[in-house]
Design a protein around this ligand. Sequence first.
Ligand code: 5RP
Length: 278
Amino acid sequence: MSWGLENRLSRIIRPETGRTVMLAVDHGYFLGPTSGLECPNSTCMPLAPYADTLMLTRGVLRNCIDSSVDTPIVLRVSGGNSVLEEDLSNETIITSVEECIRMNAAGMALSIFVGAPHQHQTIANLAKLVDEGERYGIPVLAVTAVGKDMVRDTRYIGLATRIAAEMGAHIVKTYYCDDFEEVVRTCPVPIVIAGGKKIPEREALELASNGVASGAVGVDMGRNIFQSDSPIGMIKAVRAIVHDDVSVDAAYDIYRSEKADSGAAAPSSGDLEDDRKV
Ligand code: 5RP
């Protein structure tokens, strides 16, 4: 692994704890202005100081994120589809590695859809992206979306994460499932947990806690942070779990005290069906 790639990886997975809290705000690449991300600048800028990385598209980065931001960037580089399409697996690479270099990305994120109609295309996309990433020293985060008919179980998640690792991904993002230790055991690269569709804050904190307790190196969480009634409370609470191994109860107290201090209003209701299971 080149020094540059190791250095970029260390900006994603923090060396102090070996963990990471990635903030996923790339949903618009196929969902459009989903709830909580209507105005990316006002959503992301207050949260950026608490995130180890921002995962987003080049369009949001260029137009909505201040270039003075310190938080490392992981660019979403696969896409080309929308929520209007039943089969979301027909993705291609939508951002070149040169653009990622120009935008000072610490990493590149690409989805694979194991078991979906375009699985071959997306897995081949990943392999090509890893070639580029290795050439220029930019780590690749493989996002394993779940096939519509796929059950989020050890067998399927284990298959998808292992394929991503075999293709050379440096980090794999996937969904938590029962017996997640088994998924970690059979995947030779670090795993981060997606938050999935918005659930009550305490359950989301339990998800993060179970994930790291099972061997994940952290989370790449989006909706369960930015759709919370206290996004800063949630990201602070998630950080406490991921980086300081605090209990769910203690983390939930962090969320609640931040919410009380900020006098948080109730969030707007969800809009588009955004629990993508592909
Ligand atoms: C959209 C994605 C996004 O990258 C992200 O993973 C969603 O994060 P979360 O599930 O925590 O909102 O994969 O399909």
